[in-house]
Design a protein around this ligand. Sequence first.
Ligand code: ZN
Length: 438
Amino acid sequence: MDRKDIYAEELSALIQYNTVSPCCELDMDRIDAFHIKLREMFPNIFKLGDVKEFDGSYLIRIAGKDSAMLPCMLMSHHDVVEALGNWKYPPFSGTIADGRVWGRGAIDNKAMFWAIMRTVDDYIAQGNRTDADLYIVTTCNEENQGGGSVAIAEYLKNNGIRFRFILDEGSMIVRDLMPCMTGLFAMIGVTEKSICDLKFIARGAGGHASVPPKNNPLARLAAFINEVETNDIYSSYITDTESEMLRRMAPYMTGKMKDLCQNISGFQDELIKELDINNASFAAMTRTTIAFTMANGSNASNVIPTEAYVIANMRCAKHISIDESLDTIAGIARKHDVDMEVLNRGIDNAVTDYHSPEFKLIENAVNKVFPGVITVPVLLNGGTDSRNFSCVCSNIMRFTAIVATPEQERTEHGIDEFIEIDSLPLLYDFIKEVLMSI
Ligand SMILES: [Zn+2]
């Protein structure tokens, strides 16, 4: 049996465990069943490692040759989001077909989780040890507020354990990101946006819908949402991270974008306009974004609400402070007599230096396993568990070494998630390269 087929079988087996991390309480029986499987599949890690469990999340330390060296950490999560809708293959079947492994978690994040565990288990089974101590962190609630990573980061901080670098899930290797570009780019996340959850509440006297007053709470919320949606309420700015990303991509572009990316400081505004046209994800990196996601009014169709609310997810740009982003939206809410409550205030994430030896280490591993791929630093619009680890590490990199198409990326958290079987040996080899440099 080819090694890629063995790997596919293993990943398929992990996908078959439903580890959905719901918005309410976690089903610990499911997580426990999954953990029993892990001990069977990766016996050497559990035999040799110092394993600490934090309510279903793991912190595992495997001693290296030199305890004086700063340790390194490989991170992932083993929970998944719900699998709604009609799937080609049942989402927890782990079906292997068409050269792919199908199912919830195939990309996010069981493949990376599997690769870390399989590579480390094989590595230590062969008698190898890293120079520095190696820590593996894998959480069971990343998709739901990340309580496991908070607890683990706190434990590490309280025990004075710092890290040379942390590698967590993140952006992938993607092709031809804009019509004017050709090439394969390894997008190595050096920071991520700060995510805030906000509740906007409008209040009123309520009453019967038969004699409706103007400006009831729902109407004011609608006016507020409309103002936010139809205006550019936040400034856009290309920070050093996006500049470096575009500068490194410029040689693989043609036309106007190439010219602009070669002289970013002179053409900030023009370039942002082009990004808006060519790549929504790049454009989102340059500004604070707001998405209204949940809403509630009264409980009956003929009752005017005394209180109505909408919930929004805000992702803060790096060139302004979180407070500035919050103040701007609160000011607009006030104009419509709407109050704002901050349900969850994001962490101000540091930016990893893309000139550092640690960034270079990840780049070298990419270059060895994926020759010809261009490495670029990137700001993540999404969030990862590693945001909680800034207190113990200043070189956090968020990168999943999988070559993915934009369509495939969209299946993450969507329908018909899959990974190409051919991706698995490469993911393994990438983690092995990283291990050999620790
Ligand atoms: Zn994930």
